[in-house]
Ligand binder design. Structure first.
Ligand code: AMP
Ligand code: ZN
Length: 112
């Protein structure tokens, strides 16, 4: 499958890693939108959060646990944000589910 995040998970495309285990990879976004901008992905290909079910959804809890650990390790004590974009209207450009961990500045709401 021609998926850039599957290739990053397999080590075929380099990335600056923040965390890795058997199920999840976290790496720094190439085009950071905040002082800390990390992408968290399942190593298994899931196209987007629209594909999450009761059966495969435990990976989402694991990704959030990794996000919380990274935020603590990176001293994001004043707060942080997790975003997942879904589909065209959601602004998704890479069709492998990923969660943006953003921190290090104050965030606006609502997002654009
Ligand atoms: P989204 O628009 O939510 O699909 O987010 C995709 C994100 O992936 C964007 O923030 C891109 O900057 C980022 N991105 C794309 N290719 C790479 C790459 N090879 N390494 C790191 N980040 C990437
Ligand atoms: Zn993929």
């Amino acid at each position: 499958m021609d998926c850039v995040f599957c290739k990053i998970a397999a080590g075929e495309i380099p990335s600056k890693k923040a965390f890795e285990d058997d199920r999840v990879l976290a790496f720094y976004d190439l085009d950071p939108q905040a002082p800390i901008h990390i992408l968290l992905i399942p190593k298994e290909h899931i196209a987007s959060a629209a594909e999450i079910t009761e059966e495969n959804g435990t990976i989402v809890a694991h990704i959030f646990a990794v996000a919380a650990k990274l935020a603590k390790d990176l001293n994001l004590d004043k707060g942080w944000r997790v975003v997942t974009n879904v589909g065209a209207d959601g602004g998704q450009t890479v069709m492998h589910m990923h969660f943006h961990l953003l921190g290090g500045r104050s965030m606006a709401w609502p997002p654009g």
